[in-house]
Write a protein that binds this ligand. Structure first.
Ligand code: FBP
Length: 548
């Protein structure tokens, strides 16, 4: 493989580590925990892994002799910068426990475990992937790992390889399944520990204890660089409105973080739309009013950030989507057999009157995108819905109407963008490179201490790395019961943008000014070498959250 100069130089970066990782480590356990809600049901479903204490690793006195341990690792779901460093940290951690320990990577996500496709990750392989983006060391996939048949198939290969611990690097759904797997292996005395790691660029796997999911920092920095570049272009030619959809699934964390970094003219936050019970029409009018106001100042240009999950949060659309979800969950095969040209009518015939009316009012492309395949966890694939185009088209129509009413004089030319895949495999920022290495190393410590049903935990990450705290959080603690795929299930609660949280409030207090003035900020590319204030800054979201 031909390597870029950055890749070659970056390979020698040594992730900064918490000082505790350089010492002899001892485990400290807190009090028993409860799930975030639905405690009785979750306790019943997870009798062996419910209520475990939070763990912190502290300085110990005596280095324990540990037997060699074979560990398996799976990358699950969408790529996120830093995944390779989690694996490198895990590798170094298990080798530190005993140099004869071995690491096996299951290929292309959970399916590798089920179909027994794996490779041993040796030092030579690991060294090729330190500090580089991507998940290509073993590949990733979205196969859902949730049936006993799959667990048993997996167990066969784990036993064959003498693997006694499995690390699943994934988002909320994958870690939910990691927890179900941990519970199952414990129940049948399989002697296989299961540990999760919080991954996703979406930033929605966090809570009072987990500060962030890895990859969010780098992905947002990449998108912010690109938006900043567009804003400079836009401020130079002064002739386009750019509608930019940003990945992030349901939550608007990415859009909010980018807004804090680049100060766009408009940023829609899905969670606010839902809380204020706003309609699509309200959003269109809000954007159109700002366009008109800027035009009256002679500014026929601007930027609009749109979170990818927006349609799911507009209350009327939400009802429509949830009826479609239910319908498709139960009639998927039948629906797929219907001729493409007849599908729209079929959907209209099967929806309630109210939802059929909304479905019918949508442009045909968007309506079709709402019925595309759900992902294996039952989620609408919001990245496939062209919300940015929908908004640009509808704002244009609204401005035409406003022109005829004498409420708008201006030029409105739009360019649409979708930033998502561009950021998921970028070379990890120093923050993600350091954070991920520590997550992997901590996972090894949890394994060494015989833990299962835990997620690796690294905290205090706005402080210098040497002060970071490492430990583990029981996965059941993050769970609640939710309706998924037409059934009530235990799942890790997704963290959405909190409207009373400081990051949103910081944005909301400035957005009216950003709308009318051209207050753009141009963050520029991620810096991997240089002074700490330019290379090591965590996301604005995290900095604002932690400043309180
Ligand atoms: P994860 O939740 O698995 O980390 O995926 C994140 C994500 O990038 C979402 O932001 C996006 O909606 C989705 O993946 C796209 O999925 P795919 O890679 O299957 O197209």
């Amino acid at each position: 493989m031909k390597k870029s100069i950055l890749q070659i130089v970056r390979a020698s970066y040594e992730p900064k580590v918490p000082k505790i990782m350089k010492r002899v480590i001892e485990i400290q356990e807190g009090n028993p925990t409860e799930s975030v809600s639905d405690q009785e049901e979750i306790k019943k479903l997870f009798p062996n892994t419910y209520g475990l204490p939070i763990i912190q690793f502290v300085e110990g006195t005596e280095k324990k002799q540990r037997p060699p341990t074979n560990v398996g690792v799976i990358l699950s779901g969408g790529q996120a910068p830093g995944g390779h460093n989690v694996i490198a940290g895990l590798f170094d951690g298990i080798k530190n426990m005993n140099p004869d320990s071995r690491l096996y990577g299951f290929l292309m996500g959970p399916v590798g475990l089920i179909e027994h496709k794996y490779k041993e990750l040796t030092a030579d392989i690991i060294n090729e992937y330190r500090n580089v983006g991507g998940f290509d060391i073993i590949g990733s996939g979205r196969t859902k790992l949730d049936t006993e048949e799959q667990f048993n198939k997996g167990l066969k290969v784990l036993k064959k390889l003498n693997v006694s611990a499995l690390v699943i690097i994934g988002g909320d759904d994958s870690n939910t399944n990691a927890c179900i797997l941990a519970e199952y292996y414990k129940r049948i005395n399989a002697n296989v520990q299961v540990i999760g790691c919080p991954k996703t660029i979406d930033g929605d796997l966090k809570n009072g204890i987990i500060e962030t999911s890895f990859g969010f920092d780098t992905a947002c920095k990449v998108y912010s660089e690109m938006i900043g570049n567009i804003q400079r272009d836009c401020n130079s030619s002064r002739k386009y409105w750019h509608f930019i959809k940003l990945m992030g699934r349901s939550a608007s964390h990415i859009a909010l973080e980018c807004a804090l970094q680049v100060q766009p003219n408009i940023c829609i936050i899905s969670e606010e739309i839902e809380a204020k019970n706003q309609s699509l029409d309200d959003i269109i009018q809000y954007i159109a009013n700002i366009v008109a106001q800027r035009a009256s100042n002679g500014d026929n240009f601007g930027t609009v950030l749109v979170p990818e999950g927006l349609v799911e949060f507009i209350p009327t659309m939400k009802n429509l989507i949830s009826e479609l979800n239910e319908y498709l969950a139960h009639n998927e095969t039948e629906f797929k057999c219907i001729k493409h040209s007849k599908q729209r009518k079929h959907i209209l015939d099967n929806l309630s009157h109210e939802n059929a009316k909304i479905y019918e009012s949508l442009p045909e492309t968007i309506a079709r995108q709402l019925t595309l395949d759900r992902d294996p966890h039952g989620n609408v694939q919001v990245s496939l819905i062209e919300t940015e185009k929908l908004l640009a088209e509808m704002v244009k129509k609204r401005l035409e109407k406003m022109t005829s009413e004498g409420k708008y004089i201006g030029r409105f030319s739009t360019i649409t963008h979708f930033f998502g895949y561009e950021g998921r495999c970028a070379a990890p920022s120093n923050y993600d490179a350091d954070y991920c290495y520590s997550l992997g190393y901590t996972a090894a410590e949890l394994i060494g201490n015989g833990k299962t049903g835990y997620m690796s935990l690294v905290r205090n990450t706005t402080a210098p790395v040497s002060e970071w705290i490492i430990g583990g959080i029981p996965i059941t603690m993050m769970m609640n019961m939710e309706r998924r795929h037409g059934k009530i299930k235990p799942v890790i609660q997704k963290a959405l943008v909190k409207l009373d949280g400081m990051p949103f409030r910081a944005f909301a207090s400035q957005r009216d000014q950003w709308a009318i003035n051209t207050d753009y900020v141009y963050p520029g590319p991620i810096q991997y070498f240089g002074p700490s204030e330019i290379c090591d800054q965590p996301s604005k979201t995290l900095q604002i959250e932690k400043s309180n």
